[in-house]
Write a protein that binds this ligand. Structure first.
Ligand code: ADP
Length: 337
């Protein structure tokens, strides 16, 4: 009897897995387990999964093991912000998206995973502050004046020290930031490095984002790079929430005439071609750079610069809310034996 056999398989599990087992079912050679992993960090979850698979793999009537892990008590969702290349405003969009979401009443944390140029501490005016650690050695994010706590790769380095995270080190650094003590944050906005590398891989494998936001300028070249970033998320089965076009249309501060140094509408057209949503357009404006450099995110202000960020945040929030039902409290990790 399959039900009896499921019961037998349970007795084979290591004690730690038994303590966290919510269900185990064997059907058509596929063993599906649900484990409660609340409080475990990424590494501990990985170990648990490997231990479970090692045991069940040895059984001749088990062809495949699927481990589903229920999320922490606070079901926290990750929004990954990516771009094909640097300098397109990915960090600016990440910071202001987080601030705009917080203004809407969402509980948001910001992870600066851009190993090449972590800039969130400057953008959110909490530069120079160091995160402390809890007794469980979890980092405590650094608060910012804008209601968005931040953890950055820069926080893991000594002041003035160049960061040269490579390979597994970069992945582990990211894990430390995401597995931190985020309290009641329901959303984590993660500012990824540009392109496709180790940090992105760790992100997809260990902490699957609920969705991704892609930032591009309207230039053809930037768009081609953005297309590559999109395929990375597509391949990892991470839904693309949509594309943001940044630095679109320059309003001359003297005469007000709007010109399009990088063209306009390119990202919108590209998003449409690829079947992804367009989340909004942010103009190229001197004040955006000046305020950002001064640690005053435009999204936190009451000027017209806040509007495009508020619109983008609203679309992202709507997307998340629509997914909420379907979106997993449970994240699936399946593997063939
Ligand atoms: P990335 O994270 O993609 O490397 P950043 O967000 O650091 O890009 O932006 C690069 C530079 O461009 C920064 O100096 C930033 O202030 C500026 N910038 C970004 N978006 C805008 C904009 N819409 N208008 C004016 N300056 C911008």
């Amino acid at each position: 009897m399959t039900a009896d056999r499921s019961e037998q398989l349970k007795t084979l599990l290591p004690p730690l897995a038994m303590a966290r087992l919510q269900s185990l079912r064997l059907a058509d050679g596929v063993a599906t387990l649900v484990l409660d992993v609340a409080g475990l960090d990424g590494l501990e979850r990985d170990r648990l999964e490997v231990a479970v698979k090692d045991v069940l793999r040895g059984e001749s009537d088990v062809n495949e093991v699927r481990v589903a892990m229920t999320a922490d008590k606070v079901s926290r969702r990750i929004i990954a912000v990516g771009s094909g290349k640097g300098g397109v405003g990915k960090s600016t969009v990440s910071a202001n998206l987080a601030v705009a979401l917080a203004r809407m009443g969402r509980k948001v944390g910001l992870v600066d995973a851009d190993i090449y140029g972590p800039s969130q501490a400057r953008l959110l005016a909490n530069e120079g502050q160091k995160p402390v650690a809890t007794s469980e050695k979890k980092l405590v994010p650094v608060p910012s004046p804008w209601g968005v706590p931040v953890l950055s790769m820069a926080h893991l380095a000594q002041p003035g020290q160049a960061i040269a995270w490579r390979g597994p080190m970069a992945g582990n650094a990211l894990s430390q930031l995401i597995d931190a003590d985020w309290g009641d944050a329901e959303l984590l906005v993660v500012d990824l490095p540009p392109g496709t590398g180790d940090v992105q891989l760790t992100m997809m494998q260990r902490f699957k984002p609920a969705g991704a936001v892609i930032v591009s300028t309207p230039q053809d070249l930037a768009l081609m790079d953005a297309t590559r970033a999109i395929s990375l998320f597509d391949q990892a089965d991470v839904p693309v929430i949509g594309v943001v076009e940044n630095m679109a249309g320059y309003a001359c501060p003297h005469c007000g005439e709007v010109s399009d140094p990088f063209g306009a509408g390119g990202a919108q057209a590209a998003a449409k071609t690829m079947g992804h949503a367009f989340l909004g357009r942010i103009p190229l404006e001197l004040s955006i750079r000046e305020d950002s450099d001064a640690g005053k995110p435009p999204a936190a202000g009451d000027g017209p610069q806040a509007q495009p960020f508020a619109d983008i945040a609203r679309r992202v929030a709507t997307w998340l809310d629509n997914r909420a039902g379907a979106d997993r409290q449970v994240s699936e990790a399946g593997a063939r034996v």
